[in-house]
Design a protein around this ligand. Structure first.
Ligand code: NAP
Length: 246
C-alpha cells in the first residue's frame, strides 16, 4: 500500500492544533505532532491516533528557534520519509490583552518570536523540504478585520504572517506547492478563553451571525480542505473561518 502524505502540525499538543492532527490522521496522513512544553498531552494524542489506526509521532521543538525547527523536519523525514504538508499553527496571545501603550518589551518580543519568526522558520525549512503537490497552511486571525483594542501587537504578528503567505506562494512558482492561511474567529481553546469573563465570552460568541464560538474541529475541517486534493487551485489566499463575524 502506498503510504499516505506526511503533515507537520506545529503547536499540536492542545487546542486547534490537536484537532488538526486528529483530522489529518483521519484523512489518511501521517502526522507529526509538534509541541513546546506539553509533552504528556502530545504523547496521549499520538496514542489516541495510533489506537484509531493512524500513524503519528510527537516532536518537541520551540518554533522560535530555527535549529529546533530544522530538527523537527529531520525527525519527520526519519520517521516517515518526507514531508508533504506544513501546518504553521503554533501561536500565542497574551491573556491580559494589554493595549499597545501598556505592552512591555518581553510581550512584544515573544509574540513576534513565536507567531512571526516561528512561522518564518518553518516556511523557510518547508521551501527546502516539501515536494511537488505539497501544501503550507499558516495561521492568521479574524481580529485583523475586527481591529479590537487589546489585540494590536498580536494582530500585527498575524498581518505579517498573511503577507508572508501571499509572497511565499509566489516565490514557490514552479514547485506545485500551495501556501494559504486560515484566519479563525473566536475559537473555544485556552488561548481564547483564558483571562476572559463569561460575559465577555458570551458577547464575543454572539458577534458572529451563527451565534456561537468556533470549535477546534471547525478550523480543522478548513485545514483539511486546504491540505487536501480539492484545494489545489487555492493559492496565496487567507481564508477567514469565523461564522460570518467579519
Ligand atoms: P492554544 O490552545 O493556546 O494552543 C497553542 C499550541 O501552540 C499548543 O500546542 C502549544 O504547545 C503550542 N505552542 C506555543 N508556543 C509554542 C512554541 N514556541 N513552539 C511550538 N509550539 C508552541 O492555541 P489555539 O487557540 O489552538 O491557537 C492555534 C492557532 O490559532 C494560533 O496560531 C492562534 O494564534 C490561532 N488563532 C486562534 C484563535 C482562537 O480563538 N483560539 C483565533 C484566531 C487564531 P505547548 O502546550 O507544548 O506549549
Amino acid at each position: 500500500m502506498k503510504p499516505g502524505k506526511t503533515a507537520i502540525i506545529t503547536g499540536a499538543s492542545r487546542g486547534i492544533g490537536a484537532a488538526i492532527a486528529r483530522r489529518l490522521a483521519r484523512d489518511g496522513m501521517q502526522v507529526v505532532i509538534n509541541y513546546a512544553s506539553s509533552a504528556q498531552q502530545a504523547e496521549e494524542l499520538v496514542a489516541a491516533i495510533k489506537a484509531d489506526g493512524g500513524a503519528a509521532i510527537a516532536v518537541k521543538a520551540d518554533v522560535a528557534r530555527s535549529a529546533e525547527v530544522k530538527a523537527l523536519f529531520d525527525a519527520a523525514e526519519t520517521a516517515f520519509g518526507s514531508v508533504d504538508v506544513l501546518v504553521n499553527n503554533a501561536g500565542i496571545l497574551p491573556s491580559s490583552l494589554p493595549t499597545l501603550a501598556q505592552t512591555d518589551d518581553a510581550t512584544f518580543d515573544s509574540l513576534f518570536a513565536i507567531n512571526v519568526k516561528g512561522s518564518f522558520n518553518a516556511m523557510r525549512e518547508a521551501a527546502a523540504r516539501l515536494h511537488q503537490g505539497g501544501a503550507v497552511i499558516n495561521f492568521s486571525t479574524s481580529v485583523i478585520g475586527l481591529a479590537l483594542p487589546g489585540y494590536a501587537i498580536y494582530a500585527a504578528t498575524k498581518s505579517a504572517v498573511e503577507t508572508m503567505t501571499n509572497i511565499f506562494a509566489k516565490e514557490l512558482r514552479g514547485k506545485n506547492i500551495t501556501v494559504n492561511a486560515i484566519a479563525p474567529g473566536p475559537t473555544a481553546t485556552s488561548l481564547f478563553l483564558d483571562g476572559k469573563t463569561e460575559e465577555t465570552i458570551a458577547r464575543l460568541a454572539n458577534m458572529a451571525p451563527l451565534e456561537r464560538l468556533g470549535t477546534p474541529d471547525d478550523i480543522a475541517a478548513a485545514v483539511s480542505f486546504l491540505a487536501g486534493p480539492d484545494a489545489r487551485w487555492i493559492n496565496g489566499q487567507t481564508l477567514r473561518a469565523n461564522g460570518g463575524l467579519v
